[in-house]
Design a protein around this ligand. Structure first.
Ligand code: NAD
Length: 322
């Protein structure tokens, strides 16, 4: 298939070209994201291959269909940027990569968590300035704490297995329960309310949908343990950032690790060091030393990139074979 690959970085080109070593598909790489202003680039292609922060609205999908595109091979798992009903109406098939390396994202959640609770980000900055003071670097031990996973799917389960290794008590909230998984991993399903009330650490591993938008809002934050640590490697829209800022101010939230952010489109994946941040809530969050923000990089490991590329092109091959 002729595939237009959007929002590419050198590492995407490398991984996809390696996965296409036999030359089964014709790939063309575009740095641009796929949205209403860039859709014309898809002319002459059978398929488009966007990434997480694409905006495939009904209008974009209609134009893609007019241009002859028959397939969207998303090289990500979260498809919240695609109007699936509109794609169906336009006769465009949508494929995604449901699981490539859940371990990569779960490990990143723990990188954020351990950094936050041991304040290694602050120590790192100090030591580089030859300041070896331990002032306000007191952290807490994870062993014996309650780890609450919001979402017990692929990544949530990996995160819980890691938490188990640290000697945490594990609880999870997921509306779709599987007692066998709970027994295998060793966690207890609880209500959302109980999870909020009992967890010392809340780690988000659920998709962003209309139902889950702002699942962590002011009311939810009011129910948590004082000083709770929140880690979000799922989607920014799951947390009401304004309520989070208020809770950081009062100490209700003791620390937050964010790999994803509500307004990340147009912010992350780019070097904006010479420009002010457009989104003022992100800038306001960064003021807190106990807010640790990374640039949506949970997926960014060698192993995950290889798996994403192979599944994405495999999806295109399956479509081509009918
Ligand atoms: P998954 O589909 O395997 O699991 C999601 C789980 O969330 C399911 O068990 C589902 O039942 C549950 N869920 C649905 N609604 C819920 C609700 N209201 N409350 C609690 N749980 C609910 O998905 P996954 O592979 O574990 O991925 C989780 C999320 O991680 C994805 O949605 C994606 O947005 C995000 N992600 C981020 C990165 C990154 O680079 N940071 C990479 C991959 C995926």
């Amino acid at each position: 298939m002729r595939i237009a690959v959007f929002d590419t970085h050198p590492y995407d080109e490398r991984a996809l070209s390696e996965a296409n070593a036999a030359g089964e598909h014709v790939l063309e790489f575009f740095e641009e994201r796929l949205h209403d202003k860039t859709v014309e680039l898809a002319k002459g292609f059978d398929a488009v291959c966007p990434f997480v922060n694409c905006r495939l609205t009904a209008g974009v999908l209609q134009r893609l269909a007019q241009l002859g595109v028959r397939l969207v091979v998303l090289r990500a798992s979260g498809f919240n940027g695609i109007d699936i009903a509109a794609a169906e109406r336009e006769g465009i098939a949508v494929a995604r990569v449901p699981a490539y390396s859940p371990e990569a994202v779960a490990e990143h959640a723990f990188a954020l968590l351990l950094t936050l609770i041991r304040k290694t980000h602050r120590a790192y900055n100090r030591v580089r300035e030859q300041n070896f003071s331990l002032d306000s670097l007191e952290g807490f031990t994870l062993h014996g704490k309650t780890f609450g996973a919001l979402g017990a799917g692929r990544i949530g389960q990996c995160a819980m297995r890691i938490a188990k290794g640290f000697g945490c008590k594990i609880i999870a909230y997921d509306p779709y329960q599987n007692p066998q998984i709970a027994a295998d991993v060793g966690f207890e399903y609880v209500s959302l309310e109980r999870l909020l009330q009992e967890a010392d650490v809340i780690s988000l591993h659920l998709p962003l949908t209309e139902q889950t938008y702002h699942v962590i809002d002011a009311a939810a934050l009011a129910q948590t343990r004082r000083g709770v640590i929140i880690v979000n490697t799922s989607r920014g829209g799951l947390i009401d950032a304004t309520a989070l800022i208020d809770a950081l101010k009062t100490g209700q939230v003791g620390g937050v690790g964010l790999d994803v952010y509500e307004m990340e489109e147009g912010v992350f994946f780019h070097d904006l060091s010479d420009r002010p941040l457009q989104d003022d809530t992100l800038a306001r969050l960064m003021i807190f030393p106990n807010a640790l923000i990374t640039s949506h990089q949970g997926f960014l490991t060698r192993e995950a990139l290889r798996a994403i590329a192979e599944t994405t092109l495999g999806n295109a091959s399956s479509f081509a074979r009918g």
